[in-house]
Design a protein around this ligand. Structure first.
Ligand code: URA
Length: 245
């Protein structure tokens, strides 16, 4: 692939912008400045091989045929591209990811924190946001009122939600303290956790998503930070046979 096309595919601007960056000597491959926009490189990545490593203005990058990232969503951010009352989570991402058109995989409420996946792979977004796949999603829930085990049991038995024809049941619910639960749900209904807790007679004070499928929010990823998902993370995401046990 020509270097100019390669940079364009990675979100570094129009073909013209990328050509200018290369000609001005900002781009290096394997430690060598390459100022020829037409020079051919094997980008790798599509067949599972590590993508080509390069730097742009001394910033290291790796070619990725598709973008898969995890963001530690902070409170006070909306998942919408056109937010109403709060800044968008997209303001937390670099321009290269925005140029690639990454989208959220499902949504978290503005006051919910934790694991949010984003990608520019339409099939991946559909697959992981569709309720049909029944992906377990784990939430740490802080309640307004103290409860006992029977409250967790009620959520697992199923609660009636407005507009839902059948009761909705948690896949698992662990009482961590009188006011904290670890709740696993396999659907992705609007405000599902808050509505389930409300239907059981309580109120969510704090909500944090700690796991999707078999993927945990990476330790050390601070609120507001993002990182690429590597092949092993994607494998972990799909490996959730025992995630609800
Ligand atoms: N359930 C909710 O109520 N809110 C979220 O953000 C996610 C799940």
């Amino acid at each position: 692939m020509q270097l100019e096309r390669l940079l364009h595919a990675q979100g570094f601007g129009s073909r013209k912008d990328c050509r200018a960056l290369i000609r001005a000597g900002y781009v290096s491959v394997a430690g060598e400045v390459c100022d020829d926009p037409t020079e051919e490189f094997d980008p790798g990545s599509r067949d599972g091989s590590p993508g080509l490593e390069f730097t742009v203005d001394d910033q290291p990058w790796r070619f990725r045929a598709q973008a898969y990232v995890v963001l530690h969503k902070p409170a006070g951010y909306e998942c919408s591209q056109k937010p109403t009352f709060h800044p968008s989570v997209f303001t937390l991402l670099p321009p290269q990811l925005l140029a690639r058109g990454v989208q959220c995989v499902g949504r978290l409420d503005q006051d919910t924190t934790g694991l949010l996946l984003l990608s520019d792979d339409g099939q991946f977004i559909h697959q992981w946001s569709s309720g049909k796949k029944r992906t377990p999603k784990v939430y740490e829930v802080t309640l307004k009122h103290a409860v006992e085990q029977d409250f967790a049991d009620r959520l697992v038995a199923g609660v009636e939600l407005n507009d839902e024809p059948v009761p909705i049941a948690a896949a698992a619910c662990e009482l961590l303290s009188p006011t904290t639960l670890r709740l696993t749900i396999c659907e992705g209904k609007y405000h599902q956790v808050k509505r389930m807790v409300g239907a059981a007679g309580n109120r969510v004070e704090v909500l944090h998503r700690s796991r999707v499928g078999g993927l945990d929010l990476p330790a050390g990823l601070a609120p507001g930070q993002w990182r690429w998902l590597e092949a092993e993370d994607l494998a972990r995401l799909a490996d959730y046979a025992d995630a609800t046990s």
